[in-house]
Ligand binder design. Structure first.
Ligand code: CP3
Length: 358
């Protein structure tokens, strides 16, 4: 098993820098598009055999060091009573958004084993198919990012309704975040029980917040989700070391646009922080401190440059990371739809080759 990804999450020495790509399964891959012509996105996510097949596509195609389960951050909201669909060209839509204290009070608290059994089954299928080749990452949306979809009903330019609720109905906001934190904690625990070797929490839109608002209205709930993973009885895990010690499950917290609040993010309790490209990785690491790993931070658009330019930028990130324990190479956000496949393949190999000779 290539376990350099898990080793890096624990800041242990590695043979070379591990690499994977957020949204590594997706429309830029011909194999994905071929399946997607026949099935809808939610249909693929809700059919464990298809979700497992898509999860494995980038593992077969590239030298990536981790798989990430094919799912989405939004289906777990359906069990709370929210109606979700993906509209062509529009992205996700929640048809009955929550905007009042009464609507928030009416949200249900589903057991993920009942509301999203398909993703848990997909994890079991992938673990079997991987046969230990690479570890499998489970994931969830973070409470804030999920709240923003539940309130706005979809993507938003300014998150005005989300902030309006936060500022004018703080008690209802906290009730919503408590419910979402409980959902995220239970969902991550269920994925770990099903076999996920690490988990990532996506707080994609947290960067729209002022740091003070992040500290008051968001950070405590991220801490709660991560503590819930950390405080689980490790005896429920498969032993990972020769001496039979149960593996602690690493948690990665990823948020974009948060360069101005890394001093807050270091208090989330995450083993690894994912950073975007709006800050240089050595500056970010200086603010985060040595006890936490860092994942990132190539601009996804860089993959559209000619190869020598991609190589120059990747080498710069590796130079700045300077072989610190806990570096995981990734993009600063999800891979984009039209990304040239051969650049993805070449980049994974470049990261390994360059860091193996250090
Ligand atoms: O990384 C992986 O390969 C795992 C799969 C994955 C998907 N969504 C599948 C997907 C992951 C990790 C996600 C997370 C996700 N979903 C996030 C957080 C990550 C981020 O990029 O910030 C968010 C905000 C969502 C919500 C979401 N899902 C949006 C905004 C969209 C629309 C984007 C678009 O291109 O239309 C989706 C759809 C989606 N989820 C796709 C995939 C592969 C593209 C859909 C398709 O095939 O039509």
């Amino acid at each position: 098993m290539t376990d350099r990804f898990l080793k890096a999450c624990r800041r242990e020495p590695v043979d070379c820098t591990p690499v994977w790509f957020m949204r590594q399964a997706g429309r830029y891959m011909p194999a994905y598009r071929a399946l997607r012509e026949r099935y809808g996105l939610l249909e693929m996510i809700k059919t464990p055999e298809l979700a497992a097949q898509v999860t494995l596509q980038p593992i077969e195609a590239f030298a990536v060091d981790a798989a990430i389960i094919f799912a989405d951050i939004l289906p777990p909201l359906e069990g709370m009573g929210l109606r979700l669909s993906f509209e062509r060209g529009e992205g996700p839509v929640i048809h009955n958004p929550v905007r009042t204290p009464a609507e928030i009070a009416a949200l249900q608290q589903p057991d993920p084993r009942e509301s999203v059994p398909f993703t848990l089954e997909a994890i079991r299928l992938v673990k079997r198919a991987l046969g230990g080749r690479v570890p499998l990452i489970g994931f969830s949306g973070a409470p804030f990012t999920l709240a923003s979809y539940a309130i706005e009903g979809g993507a938003s330019r300014d998150y005005r309704r989300t902030k309006e609720l936060m500022y004018s109905q703080p008690r209802a906001w906290h009730v919503l975040m408590e419910k979402l934190a409980a959902l995220v904690s239970a969902y991550l625990a269920a994925q770990i029980d099903a076999g996920a070797d690490a988990v990532q929490i996506f707080d994609s839109w947290a960067g729209v917040l002022a740091p003070g608002d992040y500290a008051t209205y968001v950070l405590p709930y991220v801490q709660r989700c991560i503590a819930a993973v950390k405080n689980r009885d490790p005896r429920t895990r498969e032993p990972h070391a020769a001496d039979g010690t149960p593996a602690p499950v690493p948690v990665i917290y990823f948020a974009t646009g948060t360069s101005g609040m890394l001093s807050l993010l270091r208090h989330t309790g995450a083993d690894v922080l994912g950073i975007d490209w709006r800050i240089q990785i050595d500056d970010a690491w200086a603010q985060i401190g040595p006890g936490i790993g860092v994942q990132g931070n190539l601009d996804p658009c860089a993959l559209f440059a000619p190869w020598p330019e991609i190589e120059r930028r990747a080498a710069d990130i590796l130079d700045r990371a300077a072989g610190r324990p806990g570096h995981i190479f990734n993009l600063g956000h999800g891979i984009l739809t039209e990304t040239p496949v051969e650049h993805v393949a070449r980049l994974a190999e470049f990261v390994h080759k360059t860091t193996a000779t250090r």
